[in-house]
Design a protein around this ligand. Structure first.
Ligand code: TMP
Length: 253
């Protein structure tokens, strides 16, 4: 499919004009960054894995009635998506303490939280995506109260879905970050899940061993990031289409 002109390049993805109005092509790069791009590397195969994993999660969420920007995967690195106006918030859902919440309030990593916690960061690289209270979101008109209520309800549904899917393959969903956007269809506007869902934006721990299978492997120098993501894809029964299929079928028990 012909892709149009480049509209935006972020740290891990590029957006191109899509083939039809209201569509975009989302290209997944192999670049990995952490700590607001202070740490950088190119990880062979990461883009293809995240493209496939994000497709898998977005499709599953679509099937339980959560509107998403995902239309279809085009090839190893690209997917066709609906064009949205991104709401400038990182919506973070936490089930288990890790990362910044542990630092902020001194709660040990691995502590099960009393309930899922939804928090918001204001998307601004220059400011380092600061955590913001809901009051700011409404006061500065980043989202309406109705949108915010919908975002929280949807984020909790996404959490239940992803937690269940991951638990089914022996992985704990510790936390994740999602983004939402407004899609315009004529005069009609619809809130939908956008961006990506991948091990770049989740914390995933093996249930048995506690092994990290997410971007913390890169952030904390714990091993090979592509191996970790491949393990997640393998457990979910998906692998990038570039991987040769085994010549003989293998029984899975
Ligand atoms: P945090 O503990 O560093 O605040 O991260 C919470 C979750 O959000 C974790 O799953 C990683 C994800 N995340 C992103 O996707 N992008 C970011 O820029 C950051 C800081 C975190």
């Amino acid at each position: 499919m012909a892709r149009g002109k480049k509209l935006y390049e972020g740290k891990a993805k590029i957006l191109y004009e899509g083939p039809e109005p209201g569509t975009l092509i989302q290209y997944f790069k192999d670049d990995a960054t952490a700590f607001n791009a202070e740490k950088k590397a190119v990880i062979d195969g990461k883009g293809a894995l995240n493209n496939r994993l994000s497709e898998f999660f977005m499709q599953g969420l679509g099937q339980i009635g959560i509107p998403t920007h995902f239309i279809k995967r085009l090839n190893m690195r690209e997917q066709l998506i609906r064009k949205v106006e991104i709401i400038p918030l990182e919506v973070i859902v936490r089930n288990i303490a890790a990362g910044s919440i542990s630092k902020r309030i001194g709660i040990e990593e691995g502590t099960l939280l009393p309930r899922p916690i939804v928090e918001f960061s204001y998307k601004d690289d220059a400011l380092g995506d600061p955590l913001v209270p809901e009051e700011y979101i409404i006061a500065f008109n980043w989202a309406t109260q109705q949108e915010l209520d919908d975002i929280i309800a949807l984020a909790l549904r996404v959490n239940d879905f992803l937690s269940g899917v991951m638990m089914g393959v022996g992985i704990k969903l510790v936390d994740f970050k999602i983004e939402f956007g407004r899609h315009w269809d004529g005069d009609y506007q619809r809130l939908m899940l956008a961006d990506e869902i991948s091990p770049d934006s989740c914390r995933l721990w093996d249930v048995e061993t506690g092994e990290k299978l997410d971007k913390d492997v890169f952030r904390r120098d714990l091993g090979d990031l592509a191996d970790a993501y491949t393990e997640v894809a393998r457990r979910l029964g998906i692998l990038p289409s570039s991987k040769p299929m085994p010549s003989k079928p293998t029984l899975v028990n």
